[in-house]
Design a protein. Structure first.
Length: 144
């Protein structure tokens, strides 16, 4: 996903956070309202950066000022009571191209109740980064 990374909003009382790398679109916005173009995969993202570039070019959407993110999804989801298997929407082809080099920045947790794109991240949208250990990107920390 190509995103416009936002600086930490003033209302987020987590002084260690400097910017928001959340998978959600609430703070760091996606490059466009891309779903109506129907080029996304069953995870409601894109299979490759080339598809993002193609969508942007076809619809005259500038990508300047965006950062490219590669997300991996956990195969389970918590429904409020228990863990359930999670997978892509089968009606959309999903053939994600894994980048040759990845850099793990951290872990996010987002609602996905509408099943049509990630919704709010509790760490940034609900200010849980104030009370939970996160890194400077408002993600759960990577232990190295």
């Amino acid at each position: 996903m190509a995103k416009h990374v936002s600086k930490k909003p003033d209302w987020l009382a987590a002084p260690h956070v400097t910017d928001i790398y959340s998978v959600s679109n609430c703070q760091s916005e996606d490059f466009a309202d891309y779903i109506p173009f129907w080029k996304h995969n069953g995870y409601w993202f894109f299979d490759s950066p080339e598809i993002i570039k193609s969508v942007a070019a076809e619809h005259s959407i500038p990508l300047e000022g965006t950062s490219l993110f590669y997300y991996e999804v956990y195969e389970m989801e918590f429904d409020g009571e228990c863990w359930q298997p999670f997978s892509s929407e089968p009606s959309f082809p999903t053939n994600v191209v894994v980048p040759p080099k990845k850099c793990l920045e951290g872990f996010d947790v987002a609602n996905f109740t509408a099943r049509s794109s990630p919704e709010c991240s509790g760490l940034s949208c609900s200010s849980l980064a104030r009370d939970l250990p996160t890194n400077t990107h408002c993600l759960f920390c990577v232990i190295r």
